[in-house]
Design a protein. Structure first.
Lengths: 313, 106
């Protein structure tokens, strides 16, 4: 286990312990003020876990709204509805063995479903992507199969998918071993996505995108000897932010065997989720966003109406 | 279970534990403010699930994160209205036990 993995593991178990311990205190404490402050531990730990999952925007929103807003409201509610002297008896519980049993069964069912069904969702191999490169002499082509993975080297990264790290793993495999080829060279190129012109007879669906290299950006190159079973694995680091495509060629002892070929496989590198989240909120989720703003206004008016003092004449 | 070996399962099991504790709080408490805290626990468990599926599945994209933003906003609205209702109950009944607040008028 590498050092960064170890740190991530330790942080996860630390925050998980904070969240579960806080939730236990919320559920079991006899003192409602203690419950409210244990809720603070749960909410802050959940925010830290969002950070650990690289959802930076959600972590910030969690701290601002949950810890800074909702928790303060709840503590207000506690303070406004209890005399400070009777705080110790204010949180009695009506639970019998029934509630405990029901929750234990629920937990058992949830955990067993998770352990059975979650793994195939996460550990999915990359889809193979086929591409062709033209030979330098003779006019033939070489077929490639490519797979691209996230930085951990195990999780697949689909065509056009996005990664939050500046590191991507590419596995290149020529379909047939070429007699002269000794090395594979790969370049990661910053590209621009352009919708292809469509024919009128084309089937309806999302527009096809063509990828065009950005001319004045320096590509990142790596070259490796062809590995076992024809597979060559590239770990590309320090990728530029934005859409990135791949260029591949085979090299033999006497110079290149195939021409540089820009493949149709690409992905995009994102710095955190704030930018994609903002694009989604202003795009497909615009109506929901506006509806939520109206709902917040309605909640504000309703809360002010409910909490006002009755003026009796 | 090591977290970096199986991040999705770890997050889901953690959120299942928080969810069950939230349900337990809702089921067993008499105090309305405590029940509100249980609801917050349940919502947070759902949020952790949304973000975990969004970040650790291949087809997740950003949609789970957007849902989490909406859930946080709705929780804010819910907490504001619930606080107003709890204070209304307190003014009418003198306490906030949900067992005793069984009439909608004075």
């Amino acid at each position: 286990m590498s050092a960064s993995d170890l740190i991530v593991n330790v942080l996860f178990y630390l925050f998980a312990a904070g969240a579960v311990g806080g939730a236990l205190a919320v559920a079991l404490s006899r003192n409602i003020v203690r419950s409210a402050f244990a809720l603070l531990a749960v909410l802050a730990s959940a925010g830290a876990l969002y950070g650990l999952m690289k959802a930076d925007f959600i972590a910030a929103a969690q701290l601002l709204i949950y810890v800074g807003g909702i928790l303060v409201l709840i503590i207000f509610a506690v303070m406004l509805t209890h005399r400070i002297t009777d705080v110790n008896v204010s949180n009695d519980s009506a639970g019998g063995p029934g509630a405990t049993l029901a929750c234990a069964c629920l937990l058992l069912a949830l955990v067993s479903v998770i352990l059975i069904h979650a793994r195939p969702l996460w550990k999915r191999d990359a889809e193979p992507f086929g591409a062709q490169a033209e030979l330098v002499s003779g006019g033939g082509v070489v077929d490639f199969t490519l797979r691209q993975y996230q930085a951990d080297g195990r999780t697949g990264l689909e065509r056009g998918g996005s990664t939050l790290e500046e590191r991507v793993v590419l596995v290149v495999k020529p379909e047939k071993p070429h007699p002269e080829a000794l090395e594979v060279q790969v370049e990661a190129v910053a590209v621009r996505l352009e919708p292809k012109p469509r024919h009128e007879t084309a089937p309806k669906g999302p527009p096809e995108t063509g990828i065009v290299p950005v001319p004045d950006r320096q590509p990142l190159g790596l070259s490796r000897p062809i590995g076992q079973e024809g597979q060559t694995r590239f770990e590309m680091e320090g990728l530029p932010v934005g859409p990135v495509g791949w260029r591949v060629r085979l090299v033999g002892a006497e110079g290149p065997v195939t021409k540089w070929t820009l493949l149709g496989l690409y992905f995009s590198v994102e710095k955190g989720i704030t930018k994609p989240a903002a694009r989604a909120l202003m795009g497909p989720y615009l109506f929901a966003f506006e509806a939520v703003s109206v709902l917040l206004l309605a909640a504000l008016v309703g809360a002010a109406y409910l909490a006002r003092k009755e003026v009796r004449e | 279970m090591i977290f970096t070996e199986a991040p999705l399962e770890n997050m889901l099991v953690l959120s299942a534990v928080i969810f069950c504790l939230g349900v337990y709080t809702i089921l067993t408490r008499r105090n309305a403010v405590s029940i509100l805290m249980g609801v917050e626990l349940v919502l947070n468990a759902a949020n952790i699930n949304f973000v975990a599926f969004s970040q650790y599945t291949r087809t997740g994209g950003v949609h789970g994160n957007i849902f989490t933003v909406f859930v946080i906003l709705l929780a804010a609205a819910e907490a504001a209205v619930a606080l107003a209702i709890i204070i209304g109950i307190y003014q009418n009944f003198g306490r906030v036990d949900v067992d005793q607040a069984d009439q909608m008028r004075e």
